[in-house]
Design a protein around this ligand. Sequence first.
Ligand SMILES: Cc1cc2nc3c(=O)[nH]c(=O)nc-3n(C[C@H](O)[C@H](O)[C@H](O)COP(=O)(O)OP(=O)(O)OC[C@H]3O[C@@H](n4cnc5c(N)ncnc54)[C@H](O)[C@@H]3O)c2cc1C
Length: 524
Amino acid sequence: MSPINQYDYIIAGSGIAGLYTALLAQEQGSVLVVTKGSMDDCNTKYAQGGVAAAIGRNDSPELHFKDTIAAGDGLCDEKAVRILVSEATDCITDLVNLGMPFDTLDGEIALAMEAAHSVPRILHAGGDATGEHIEATLGDQVRSSKIQVLEDSLVTEILVEKGTVKGIKVLDCRTGSIEEFGCRFLILATGGAGQLFKFTTNSDVATGDGIALAFSAGAEITDMEFYQFHPTALHLPGVTPFLISEAVRGEGGVLRNVEGYHFMPDYTPDGDLAPRDIVARSILYEMKKTSSDKVFVDVTHLPARTITTRFPHIYRFCLEQGLDITKELIPVAPAAHYMIGGIKTNSWGETNIAGLFACGETGCAAVHGANRLASNSLLEALVFSKRIVTKTSERVKVEVPATSQGVEVHHSLDQKQVLQAVPAPSLPALQMLLWDKVGIIRNKEGLTQAADMLAAWQESLPQPVDRPSYELSNLILTGRLVTEAALLREESRGVHFRSDFPQSSSQWQHHVAFTKYQSSVQRL
Ligand SMILES: Cc1cc2nc3c(=O)[nH]c(=O)nc-3n(C[C@H](O)[C@H](O)[C@H](O)COP(=O)(O)OP(=O)(O)OC[C@H]3O[C@@H](n4cnc5c(N)ncnc54)[C@H](O)[C@@H]3O)c2cc1C
């Protein structure tokens, strides 16, 4: 490898996790950011609600801790959650110092309420354009720094020698050529995998690349059965499912079925502000009951000014589609939103491979447990990215870290008997399969069908050559991990709902992890 291509840090991804890590890491050594589209192609820029942090007068890290643990349904790593809530303020201060224009009220940062938070603690910017401002703020700082950025460059392989990361292979998406880059520390910040599903709020880049890369390199992947579906994505013919943030219900919006009935109080005392999984399932039941493909969010009873000032982005987007939400109901349906599981890390972002780190949506330090509290993911990306740089700046000898946390069962992906007539793998076929069989409500029969099909597709895929074929291959592997984990977990917990096992079970109060090289079965 030419010394020109050698860096201290290589960071894959340019969302909040990648760019924030890069800005902090530049103080420690040379930094290369590799990203498969243009720098701001990511999920981050679509975040609306904001960042959760216990900075309010009537709030505390302890209260934030309790809310996060309650949402996580028995599977949060308590140590990691303590770190998340107590290191939040430092990261918010960093963001402000980098120029992040959080909205203010009477000279102080304004705080909004969101579902399952016990007090208002969501920092936002431009009303509901928080992610856009974060991405622009970090992007501007990176552009004016010495950090090198390679756009249109897709990481295709992690190079590992004797259990230690040595670098990556990168496809130049414009020319099709492959080049190698070396590093001391590789940080995967490649985001989620919403493109697994037919309906998703995620951007096109969310294809599970980091999961597939890390798994193929021998890293542990955990909690993949927990895929969060957002209850309210705009449901208009021909319009991609645009998020109608929880904050809209936080401000007083209510859910009505197509007959105009306000149904959430029938399902839970928390009504419209119940956790996402409960709202998503309740919506599905109402859609079935009324034989409709949608329900509505109603904000017509709120003052028009509240809507246009608090949610300018949503208001404008809907208006462009011919829908004035100050006067008309907003048609919505659930959509895949957030990958709770990911590359297993300890609380320093370390994986089981020396020199390999993961942060943001692709990493999993188990802070969300079985269900993510709204607005905790941007915070998670900040806190654990910062910890990676703290850890690596100690310049300790790179060692294989001990990542065991909590109680776990390890599995490998079995080879399956190939089905007789397998339709050719394609992105629409994959998305339909996962939506139908591995979606909001699951059962053994559907999961088994999906698992067999995915295994057969994986066997039949030719060697990828370009961005779409690499992404499809990564999605199939990631889809297998989601499906196999969902099949194993014979209970319902958090966002994972099995109609054949509708209750949670104390026997399942542990994490499921996969490795390519199955090592051991641990069940403590
Ligand atoms: C519509 C929407 C609204 C949301 N609202 C909120 C909210 O209000 N609050 C909150 O906390 N969370 C919210 N979330 C979740 C949150 O935005 C994401 O979890 C977070 O932004 C993920 O950041 P990230 O840096 O990990 O990934 P991303 O921002 O998705 O960035 C991933 C990057 O990796 C790159 N990449 C991927 N694969 C490769 C590869 N093989 N090679 C090179 N580059 C690669 C991508 O191009 C991209 O640049 C929302 C998500 C969505 C979709």
